[in-house]
Design a protein. Structure first.
Length: 81
């Protein structure tokens, strides 16, 4: 893989894993945390992503995509239990 693209995949994976760890920590340490709470955060992330009229830049776009994907994955896994 070209190093000019490799950093993007590495950053995406790093952020995705970091977000998942944070969500898992929150779920295990906060008995009040519910799927609805995480879904509410996800809705806000969708709004933030759609409000990018000034342009965040490539790095911030990667971070936003990975963050949204982690929340979607976490919710899907939680609902599947």
């Amino acid at each position: 893989m070209s190093t000019s693209v490799e950093w993007k995949d590495e950053k995406y994976s790093e952020v995705f894993e970091q977000e998942l760890r944070g969500l898992e920590r929150r779920r295990s340490s906060d008995p009040q945390c519910s799927v609805k709470d995480i879904e509410g955060i996800l809705q806000q992330l969708y709004l933030m992503d759609g409000s990018d009229w000034l342009g965040r830049g490539e790095l911030q776009d990667i971070i936003m995509r990975a963050t949204i994907a982690a929340h979607e994955f976490f919710i899907s896994q939680w609902k599947g239990e």
